[in-house]
Design a protein around this ligand. Sequence first.
Ligand SMILES: [Zn+2]
Length: 160
Amino acid sequence: MQPEQKQDKEMAKKKKKQNGHYCRICGDYKANEKFSGKGHAQHICKSCMSAMRSGKNPEDILPEPLPVNRETTRFKKLGKEEKAVLKAFISEVVTEYWQENRQIPFAESFSELKKYIIGTYDEECGILLKDDAELKTYFQTHMVTTINKLLKEENPENEG
Ligand SMILES: [Zn+2]
């Protein structure tokens, strides 16, 4: 292939609308089939997922490693608005997970979603939440509320 032809192809690629799914590890937009159900909810593509599974730390794959030893904020200390933002994040993540998997996140999935929420919250709000019992309880409670609401929306006739 001629170098200029290759360049044309690259440009055409760039012009194309990004309509895939975003992987937060490699930062690429990839087709939906490049994501497993669980990976979809976590925004991690299959290849990054398997890299992580083969023993690599997510930090090793991430272009910018997360700073360690940062000060954490306890859930209790969050203001009213900060809690509202967190609540919205939980709803969003749980809804996505529910639609992908049709099950309530538990055990490992639950921890992964919690980790994901803590990470996203840090990115969006600059607050690194302490992964304590209060946060866990809040997440659990709001997760159940969210799923109940989704179920009700799916089956409005079920009441009464
Ligand atoms: Zn990836």
